[in-house]
Each structure stands twice: as C-alpha cells, then as structure tokens.
Design a protein around this ligand. Structure first.
Ligand SMILES: Cc1cc2nc3c(=O)[nH]c(=O)nc-3n(C[C@H](O)[C@H](O)[C@H](O)COP(=O)(O)OP(=O)(O)OC[C@H]3O[C@@H](n4cnc5c(N)ncnc54)[C@H](O)[C@@H]3O)c2cc1C
Length: 320
C-alpha cells in the first residue's frame, strides 16, 4: 500500500497494522520488534520508496477530561487538541499552534515552537513496550525530555495516549522575540491578549514563514539548531542568529548557517530550499529519497568544513 507523507515521496509498504482498540495490540506479539515501524501523520519522516517493515499506526481518537489531567489518544490530530484546549479553558500550548502531526508523535521529539515545548504539559505517557510486550505508563521525569529528544526515540515504545496537565490560568509566554514583535507590529496590547488571539498570532507568523505541506511538500525544519559551548564561539559569530542558554551553551540558527553556504550548494531541480526559510527543503514534485539524502549530506559537510559545526538532521530518515 502507498504511504502518504508530507514530503510527497512515493512510498510503498508491504504490511500495515492500525491500532484502533486495545485488542489490536495482541497482533503485535507475532511481529518481531525490529520489523515494526511506528508512524503517525508522516510529517517528520523521510521515507525510502519501499518499506519492508510492518507500519503500525495508533488510531486512538479520544480526548477525555479527568479531574486533574487530560487524556488524549495518540491518533488525535495535534490541531484538534489545540482547538479543544482553546474551547475548554486549558492554557499553555497556544504557542504550539499549527504544528502538523499527531498527538502520539508529539512527545517523541518533544515538539517545540516560540519558546514552548510540549514536555512542560506532559504528566505521563501510556505506551506499549515492544521489548516487554506490556502496556506501561511512563511519568514525565522518566521520559528524559530534552531539546527535540526523549526516550521515545529509542523506538521501544508505541505511544497510545498522552496525559496532559495544562494551566488553569492564562499566562502568555511571549519570550520569543518574533512573537513579541508580531504583537507590537500589529498593535495587539499584551494586557488584553486572549488565548485565541495568541494562537491566531502564532498561526499568522507560521503561515508567513513556513510553506503549507499540502501545496509545497516538506517536513518542516531539516536540521536541529546546534548547541555549541559558548566559550568556543567568537562573540561576533552569527550575531542576531544565536541564543545563549543557561548552561554555558549557545544555540545557533541552522537556517542562518545554511544561508551562509547556500551559494555553494548543488541542488537538483526536483528540490529547493524555501525562499522564506532556508531550513525548509521543498520537494518540487519528483524528488527521490537518494536526492534528498544527498542534499542533506552536502549541507552538513559544507557547514562542517566552513565552521567546524556538526548539524544533526531533525526528521527521521527511514531507509527501508
Ligand atoms: C510545515 C511543518 C512545520 C513543522 N513545525 C514544527 C515545529 O515548529 N516544531 C516541531 O517540534 N516540529 C515541527 N514539525 C515536525 C512535525 O510536525 C512534528 O515532529 C510532529 O510531531 C510529527 O507528527 P507526525 O504524527 O507526523 O509523526 P511522524 O512523522 O509520523 O513520526 C515522527 C516520529 O515519531 C514516531 N512516532 C509517530 N507516532 C508515534 C507513536 N504513536 N508512538 C511512538 N512513536 C511514534 C515515528 O516513528 C517517527 O520517529 C513541522 C513539520 C512540518 C511539515
């Protein structure tokens, strides 16, 4: 069967298992752990044309409010969760508006945007452990959340549900300069800002910078922003495109690094870097997996050669 993906690559898989109810989990016992590929909405994966593994997709679609937490099925669309929170006086994730994908994938790379990471609202994650073949609930601390990282990258867990605790009082996070500037430029008074207004603002900023994958196939940012020891950096290096962290490290803008080597790149006609954001690679229509990998490697090696900085690819590369 064909596997739709936001990068518009033609991908075929032999086997597919949809987890619609807990009973479907029993099917997993007969499949070898290393021949399972867990996928959500395929907005953060670069897939080769033939996938030998069994694709497993979680389709739990419930959102249930309990006294102190919200339980959300892994198959719920992230946009639907944002909508639910806006309608139910649950605050905090407005800054994560308009990130494509499923709730089940959100903890995997600890999705983040505009100064907020999803891990801040996660109470626990309900999973099927592929090693023990048992269901288990993993508390936030044990998830080892970091910038674009968590234990779920180990591939040992199928995330079935995510339990969230949101704020009961609306305290907007306007720490991200682009967001604060948007409010000023649009004469939005931060004292009268509502959650809906904040969510709309984030959506507007994103729409002005990021291409819609349905029109311009892409997987969002192709590289993580590298963290470098501040003491190893020249003070002037990447001025305006670097952010000091609390732990003696500085986060650098991958987009800016790419801009600096862009003229040296040899990109085939099937691909291009997005005009409004050089961290986004667009499939012009007929790109192949090999072409994508070759462009990513080219960018990595040119940046390393010029700046001695190692870039890490953000989406997962799945070659078979
Ligand atoms: C235009 C665009 C903008 C984006 N902007 C952002 C952004 O601002 N911030 C950000 O953090 N990300 C961003 N992304 C990346 C992407 O939206 C997120 O990573 C999202 O969480 C991926 O969800 P998905 O359902 O499509 O996951 P997939 O792409 O299907 O899978 C991603 C990874 O999660 C694993 N996975 C998926 N579902 C499960 C599950 N149920 N259990 C266990 N593992 C699972 C997969 O094996 C894979 O490793 C963007 C992507 C696009 C295309």
């Amino acid at each position: 069967m064909l596997i739709p993906n936001s990068f518009g690559l033609t991908v075929k898989a032999k086997n597919f298992l949809s987890i619609d109810t807990s009973d479907d989990l029993s099917e997993l016992h007969s499949i070898k752990e290393n021949s399972i590929l867990i996928l959500g909405a395929c907005t953060n994966v670069i897939l080769n044309k033939d996938i030998d593994k069994t694709i497993v997709q979680v389709n739990f679609k419930d959102i249930k409010m309990y006294e102190d937490y919200l339980s959300v099925g892994g198959g719920v669309d992230w946009a639907d969760l944002i909508e639910y929170c806006l309608n139910n006086n649950l605050y905090g994730i407005e800054n994560l508006t308009h990130i494509p994908g499923s709730v089940g994938a959100a903890p995997v790379q600890n999705i983040g945007a505009y100064g907020v990471e999803v891990s801040s609202f996660i109470h626990s994650v309900e999973c099927f452990n592929l090693l023990t073949q048992q269901q288990e609930t993993i508390k936030r601390k044990e998830c080892k959340f970091e910038y674009r990282n968590s234990i779920f990258k180990s591939k040992n867990y199928i995330i079935l549900k995510v339990n969230f605790i949101f704020h009961k009082r609306f305290v907007p996070n306007l720490s991200y300069p682009a967001l604060a500037n948007y409010l000023i430029d649009n004469s939005i008074d931060k004292n009268s800002l509502t959650p809906q207004m904040l969510s709309n603002s984030v959506r507007n900023i994103r729409n002005s910078k990021l291409p819609d994958p349905r029109l311009e196939p892409n997987v969002g940012s192709i590289f993580k922003n590298p963290m470098v020891r501040s003491q190893d950096l020249d003070n002037e290096f990447l001025a305006g495109h670097r952010w000091d962290q609390v732990d003696g490290y500085t986060k650098l803008s991958s987009a800016r690094l790419i801009e600096l080597i862009e003229p040296e790149l040899n990109i085939p006609d099937t691909l291009r870097l997005y005009e409004n954001h050089s961290l986004v690679l667009i499939n012009n229509g007929e790109a192949s997996f090999d072409e994508v990998i070759s462009v990513l490697n080219q960018i990595k090696s040119k940046i390393f050669k010029k700046f001695k900085i190692k870039l890490e690819i953000e989406p997962e590369i799945i070659s078979s």
